[in-house]
Ligand binder design. Sequence first.
Ligand SMILES: [Zn+2]
Length: 153
Amino acid sequence: MSEDKVIVANKGMVRADFNFWVGRYLDKFLDNLENKKLVGNKCPKCGDVFVPPRKICGKCNITIPIDQNWVDLPDTGILKNYTITPYRVNDRTDRKAKDLLLGMIQIDGSNTAIVYKLLNLKPEEIKTGMKVKIEWAEKPKGDPSDIKGFVKI
Ligand SMILES: [Zn+2]
């Protein structure tokens, strides 16, 4: 007999809390966040640096060994792109009075971009190419929210 559960929703939102294993690469990344440190990993063939770290370089199609090629990265980066939205990221039903500013940030020394909130900025102050810095959570706990967002430097 199957133990599968089927959730059927006719209207409204369904909230499903769950835990999952993020894998060894992201686990190491999150462990470092807890200490307010940013790490990525580097493809041994092309030299691209990934944040968050990846198991496989998509460009070279090779596995980056888990025990090698880790790179310590600074908490600074460049704003590559951004968007302004009245919605919260995880809840499209809730319009906020204040717009949410989301940026794609390329951490210095890396070749990828991560998406986080832009803090303490007005929409008209945001420009692609501007230098930004991580605003860390007061009490990091080893998850993506340890980075509260990025501020202008
Ligand atoms: Zn590569």
